[in-house]
Design a binder for this molecule. Structure first.
Ligand SMILES: [Zn+2]
Length: 186
């Protein structure tokens, strides 16, 4: 005898718009996580409408508490590094009095660019939850994909020339750090 089948499982509306491969990469967020992600999207809109910069927002949580948040401030502060994730990481680290965000989760309205990806790896959070993808960002002229490709490019093929000029003083400095017993490793 065939076991009775339960009601057909329905994915939420936004997931039904994607193909199979995309759905497998997604996770269904818990209520609270969804609220944090929506707060990041809200901040993105707020930053955009106030003329701060691009439509990007970020929230960092520790447990149930928001410990840092921010939106893109590149054009208003003349700071190319003032991406939402960097702004939020700085705020969270300052609030928590630490240079590492272990036990924290980063919610961002868009998949991080390579700079923020680097910042996130240095900050070492538990995980990152993002809404829009970098392909969607590229479609509205935020082409981070270009920088991702540059990382893999040979030094001589990079769009911005990188000139290697070895120097003994620089080597001495590294040796000094390596042998210094008072350093804080990170
Ligand atoms: Zn970024």
């Amino acid at each position: 005898m065939q076991p009775e089948r339960g009601p057909k499982r329905q994915f939420p509306q936004e997931m039904r718009n994607f193909n199979r491969n995309q759905i497998f990469k997604m996770i269904i967020l818990k209520e609270k996580e969804r609220e944090f992600l929506e707060r990041a999207i809200h901040l993105a809109r707020q930053g955009m409408l106030s003329g701060s910069g691009g439509p990007f927002g970020c929230v960092i949580t520790k447990g149930e508490e928001i410990v840092g948040e921010g939106f893109n401030q590149v054009t208003s502060s003349n700071d190319p590094t003032a991406h939402a994730e960097v702004v939020a990481i700085r705020q969270a680290c300052s609030k928590l009095g630490t240079y590492q965000l272990k036990d924290c989760v980063i919610y961002t309205s868009c998949e991080p660019c390579p700079m923020c990806l680097g910042a996130i790896y240095w900050a070492r959070p538990l995980r990152v939850v993002y809404a829009n993808t970098r392909e969607e960002a590229a479609a509205i002229a935020f082409d981070d994909d270009f920088i991702y490709r540059e990382i893999g490019a040979a030094m001589e093929d990079r769009k911005i020339p990188f000139v290697h000029s070895p120097h003994q003083l620089a080597r001495d400095l590294f040796k000094e750090w390596d042998e210094w017993e008072g350093k804080t490793l990170y």
